[in-house]
Design a protein around this ligand. Structure first.
Ligand code: ADP
Ligand code: LRH
Length: 438
């Protein structure tokens, strides 16, 4: 059987809709629509433009349906994590979703014992902390994470997809269910029933909508083209999500101190990883300079960088990134020097996270896979191989959308098997580039 599916993938910096065709051991994809995404400041608060995103999703689905004369077999949606819309009792959206980089959670500290319950690294923007600063909570009857909200608008059906739900901080890492203890102070009924990747999630114009790993990072990890179990991954886009795939969580004091997270993956896996600030540092620098990346990357090859800690919280909010980097490094730098500093610093942060993931989980790694837009950045891939002292396999850049396609294709019966079988399809169909450590 062959299936044609549409994958909607919304990253923090851009969104796209891919048409995927899967069957007879083959995977083929075509991008049908791409659009920018980013924060909008409105009366002092940082928001997403969620209606504009929904319009782009509709446009993408129309283009996908036009290209596929046979008829789509399924639609799946993933996006960045933690952010949500609140619905009133009639199901209408209350307010415009707030961006995780908004300052409303600044200064928040986690309660004792939280890590042991939810297994999540502390990030001030985790949904549970946003809810502590949420003025609309008392008026809300339900909360939907972004992919679930868009899916609800398409289908009229509500649910909470599991992989993304684990990023809220409200899921018990052992049971995989909403934690009665952590949700005690929330209005009853606020959190919808969980659904899992592969579950049916309603229909849109007669086409089934299928739950995928709706956390973009969960979908990206599905499409890591690993040929061994001994791999680390770096899902490298706005963030670098660096870690390993495990069967069960690591909840030790050392793991908590190292700020490693145990997020829920597809097929009951654990995504044991650390958030590294990622290419946001470059995106925000380019925005300040109002320039494009490629010429600067060329010049950065021969520039002298300085190393800084990319995970310093000073780099989290939007604003003048080059000024913050120069201040951290204590010197004035040219643009290529700033770009080189970012890449050198990310490579070292990648190395530390790969080393910590191995040490804390006991899982040994022989290859590092870089997927996402950052896999196009040759200098970053080489510097990461050099820092890790391990081969790096770069690609696919659209791993997230591919993981989304594959989980849908498996749900409709066009492909069978485990994550290893899905990964083999990616490996055999996508161009990959190998970097050896120098
Ligand atoms: P997200 O899903 O978080 O929005 P992506 O995975 O789309 O992020 O990655 C976007 C980033 O990838 C860009 O900010 C850029 O740094 C990098 N990137 C994309 N294409 C290229 C390219 N051709 N060369 C170098 N870097 C690239
Ligand atoms: C990457 C990502 C990441 C989260 C962050 C909020 O897009 O989903 O996994 O930590 O956005």
């Amino acid at each position: 059987m062959r299936a044609t599916v549409a994958a909607v993938d919304l990253g923090a910096s851009s969104g796209r809709v891919l048409l995927g065709s899967v069957g007879d051991g083959k995977l083929h994809t075509e991008e049908v629509h791409r659009f920018p995404n980013g924060p909008v400041r409105l009366l002092g608060t940082l928001h997403w433009d969620v209606l504009a995103l929904y319009r782009e999703v509709l446009t993408g689905l129309r283009l996908a349906a036009e290209l596929d004369s046979v008829g789509l077999d399924s639609i799946g949606i993933d996006s960045w994590a933690v952010d949500y819309g609140l619905l009133d009792a009639r199901g209408a959206l209350l307010g415009n979703p707030v961006h995780y980089r908004d300052s409303r959670t600044e200064g928040i500290t986690p309660a004792e014992g939280l890590y042991e319950l939810n297994g999540l690294q502390f990030q001030p923007f985790n949904t549970m902390f946003q809810l502590m600063a949420e003025p609309l909570l008392e008026h809300a009857s339900q909360l939907l994470l972004i992919p679930d909200l868009l899916s609800y608008w398409l289908t009229g059906e509500r649910g909470a997809e599991y992989t993304n739900a684990t990023t809220t901080g409200l899921i018990d890492v052992r049971s995989g269910r909403w934690s009665p203890e952590l949700t005690r102070d929330l209005p009853s009924g606020l959190l919808p029933d969980l659904r899992h990747p592969g579950d049916a999630a309603g229909t849109y114009e007669g086409v089934p909508v299928t739950a995928v790993g709706s956390h973009d990072t969960a979908s990206a990890v599905v499409a890591v083209p690993a040929s061994t179990e001994r791999f680390a991954y770096i899902s490298c886009g706005t963030w670098s999500l660096v870690g390993v795939e495990l069967d069960s969580p690591v909840l030790t004091a050392e793991s908590k101190a190292a700020n490693f997270t145990n997020e829920g993956g597809v097929d009951g896996t654990i995504r044991y990883l650390r958030n590294v600030m990622g290419l946001w540092l470059l995106q925000e620098s380019l925005r300040s300079w109002n320039t494009s990346l490629e010429p600067l990357l060329k010049e950065a090859e021969h520039a002298q960088g300085s190393v800084f800690d990319p995970n310093d919280p000073v780099f989290l909010p939007p604003g003048d990134m080059p000024a913050r980097i120069q201040q951290w490094c204590g010197r004035t730098m040219t643009r290529p020097e700033i770009v080189r500093s970012v890449l050198d610093s990310l490579a070292i942060a990648h190395r530390d996270a790969v080393a910590d993931a191995q040490r804390l989980s006991g899982k040994e790694v022989e290859v590092v896979h870089i997927v996402g837009g950052g896999s196009h950045n040759e200098l970053l891939c080489q510097l990461t191989a050099d820092a890790c002292g391990l081969p790096v396999v770069a690609g696919p850049a659209e791993a997230t959308a591919l993981g989304n396609v594959l989980v849908q294709a498996r749900a409709v019966g066009a492909v069978h098997g485990t994550l290893a079988d899905l990964r083999k399809l990616v490996r055999e169909s996508q161009p990959l580039r190998r970097y050896l450590p120098r």
